[in-house]
Design a protein around this ligand. Structure first.
Ligand SMILES: [Zn+2]
Length: 489
C-alpha cells in the first residue's frame, strides 16, 4: 500500500517536473521590436555643439518652485530668448505661441491633413538646496562639461528632452528637411509643480481648437542598464501608462485636555494604530495588466531560476509577487503604494490634541481608482472614529496606450537605432509627468527619455550630482531626429 502511494507521489512529481521544464523551454518574450525593421536613416550630429548648448542651458536656474520671485522669472524668459537665438532654424521654420511661459511650436508637415504628433520636454528644474551644494562635484548651475558628462541640475530631468528635441530639429532643418506630418513641440515651464499653467494651459489651448494628436512623447523612463540584476542586456522601457496620485488626510479625534490626566484613548494613539494598519496592509496588487506585460518581456532574459518561476506563474505567481513586493522599485510597479509623509497633532507638549492628522500619499496603479483606494484605507483602519478625507486634487491613473500602434513601433525602431542591443519593453511610469495633461489630446501617450541609467544614477534624479553623459546626448539627438524622419505621411 505505502509503496503504491509513494509510486503515485513519485509519478506526480515527475509529471510536475516535466510540465515545468516544457513550459520553461517554450517561454518566450513577446517581441515589441518593429515588424518592418528596416533601419531608419542615420543622422550626423555635431556633438561639440550639442554639449556646449546643453551646458549653457543648465546655467539658467529655471526652478519652478521659486517662480514667484521676479528675478527667477528672468531665468525663464532668459532661457526662452536663448532658445530663439541658439536655434534660428527652428524659429524660422515653425510657428510659436505661448501658454504662459510654456512655448508651443508647430512644425507644419508636407501633409498637413495627416494627424499630427506631439513631442515634449520640460525646462523647469527642482531646486538644488544650499545646504547640499558642497556635495556636488561641480556646482549645480555652472554648466560644466568634462570629457564624459555635462553636469548640473536639470540635465536628466528634463533639459535633455528639450535640448535633444531642439538640436534634432535644428540639425534636420539645416539639411532642408521638412517632416511628412505636422509635429507639435511643447516645452513645459512648471512640470515640477504639477504643470497646470504650462502643459495644462497649452493642452487647453490646443483642445479648444480641436487639435488631436496621434501620439505624444514625453519623459518618464529610460534605458535601464544593470538596474534589474541578472539581465544580460539593458532594458529600454517605453512607458505606456502612468500611475495616478491621491493624498488622504487620516484624522483621529478626541476630547483633548491636560496631559496630566490622559484618557485611555487619545487621538495620537488611535492615529498611530491607523498608520500601523495601513503599513501592514498594502493595497492589493500583483503581476497583471501593464506590469505583467513588462515582466513578461524581460523575464525570459533572466537566468534559469527566474525563467522557471516566470514561465510557471500558474504555480509560482504568489512566490514571485512576494519577491517583487520586497524591493521599492518593483513593488511600486506591482501596486498602488502607501507613503505616510506628514504628521500633525498638539502644538504643545503638555496639551492633548483634539485632533491628530496623518497625511498619506498614494500613487494609484492603473487597476485602482481614488474610490477603491479610499475604500481600502477605511476597511483596513476599521475604526469609525478615524476619518478619511481626500486632500487636494487627485490625479487619476492614465489610460494604458497601445504597444502595437505605429507610434510605438516608430519609437521602438528609433530606440534600437540609437541604443543598439537592448531589451525593448512597454512599462509603467510610477511617478507623475506632464503627460497627465498631454493624454487629453493624444490617442496614445508614450514616456521615454533617450538616456542610459545605471544603478547609481537613480539617486541623481532630483538629487546631488545630476549629470548626463555626452554619449547619451549624441544618442538622444539621433533618437529624436530618427523619429522626425520616420513619420510617414
Ligand atoms: Zn521631469
Amino acid at each position: 500500500m505505502i509503496l503504491r502511494v509513494l509510486k503515485y507521489i513519485g509519478l506526480a512529481l515527475l509529471v510536475l517536473v516535466v510540465i515545468l521544464a516544457v513550459k520553461t523551454a517554450l517561454y518566450k518574450a513577446p517581441d515589441y521590436a518593429p515588424a518592418d525593421a528596416a533601419a531608419l536613416p542615420d543622422v550626423t550630429v555635431d556633438v561639440e555643439r550639442i554639449v556646449a548648448n546643453m551646458a549653457e542651458a543648465v546655467t539658467y536656474e529655471t526652478v519652478a518652485q521659486h517662480l514667484v520671485d521676479p528675478l527667477v522669472k528672468g531665468q525663464f524668459t532668459g532661457f526662452l530668448e536663448w532658445i530663439e537665438q541658439t536655434y534660428p532654424g527652428v524659429h524660422a521654420s515653425m510657428d510659436r505661441e505661448m501658454a504662459n511661459l510654456t512655448p508651443i511650436y508647430k512644425w507644419t508637415g508636407k501633409n498637413p491633413e495627416a494627424q499630427p504628433v506631439l513631442m515634449t520636454g520640460h525646462y523647469d528644474v527642482v531646486p538644488a538646496p544650499d545646504a547640499e551644494r558642497d556635495r556636488w562635484q561641480h556646482p549645480p548651475f555652472a554648466g560644466i562639461a568634462d570629457a564624459d558628462f555635462v553636469w548640473g541640475r536639470g540635465t536628466i530631468d528634463d533639459k535633455i528632452g528639450v535640448i535633444g528635441l531642439l538640436e534634432a530639429a535644428e540639425t534636420l532643418i539645416s539639411k532642408g528637411f521638412q517632416p511628412e506630418r505636422t509635429i507639435y513641440f511643447i516645452f513645459g515651464h512648471d512640470e515640477e509643480i504639477g504643470g497646470q499653467n504650462g502643459a495644462g494651459a497649452a493642452v487647453e489651448l490646443l483642445r479648444a481648437r480641436g487639435v488631436q494628436m496621434e501620439w505624444s512623447l514625453d519623459e518618464g523612463s529610460m534605458v535601464l542598464d544593470d538596474v534589474l540584476p541578472g539581465l544580460p542586456a539593458p532594458v529600454a522601457s517605453i512607458n505606456v501608462a502612468e500611475k495616478g496620485y491621491v493624498t488622504l488626510n487620516i484624522t483621529a479625534k478626541s476630547t483633548g485636555g491636560h496631559s496630566s490626566l490622559p484618557p485611555a484613548d487619545t487621538a495620537v494613539g488611535a492615529l498611530a494604530v491607523a498608520v500601523e494598519r495601513l503599513m501592514a496592509n498594502p493595497v492589493p496588487g500583483g503581476l497583471t495588466d501593464a506590469t505583467a506585460d513588462f515582466f513578461d518581456s524581460v523575464a525570459p532574459e533572466f537566468g534559469l531560476v527566474e525563467r522557471v518561476l516566470f514561465a510557471n506563474q500558474w504555480l509560482f505567481r504568489p512566490v514571485l509577487e512576494g519577491i517583487l513586493s520586497g524591493s521599492g522599485p518593483t513593488n511600486a510597479m506591482l501596486r498602488t503604494t502607501t507613503a505616510p509623509t506628514m504628521l500633525q497633532a498638539s502644538l504643545t507638549e503638555n496639551v492633548l490634541p483634539t485632533e491628530a492628522v496623518a497625511v498619506v500619499n498614494f500613487r494609484i496603479h492603473p487597476r485602482d481608482t481614488v474610490e477603491s483606494v479610499v475604500a481600502h484605507v477605511e476597511a483596513v483602519i476599521n475604526n469609525p472614529e478615524v476619518e478619511v478625507t481626500v486632500r487636494g486634487e487627485p490625479t487619476l491613473p492614465s489610460p494604458v496606450s497601445s504597444s502595437e500602434s505605429e507610434g510605438f513601433q516608430l519609437l521602438a525602431q528609433a530606440t534600437l537605432g540609437a541604443f543598439g542591443d537592448v531589451i525593448l519593453v512597454p512599462g509603467l511610469t510610477v511617478a507623475g509627468t506632464d503627460t497627465k495633461h498631454f493624454s487629453k489630446i493624444s490617442d496614445d501617450s508614450y514616456r521615454f527619455n533617450p538616456m542610459t541609467f545605471g544603478p547609481d544614477d537613480l539617486s541623481r534624479i532630483h538629487g546631488i550630482n545630476e549629470r548626463v553623459s555626452i554619449a547619451d546626448l549624441e544618442r538622444a539627438v539621433q533618437f529624436y531626429a530618427q523619429i522626425m524622419m520616420g513619420l510617414d505621411g
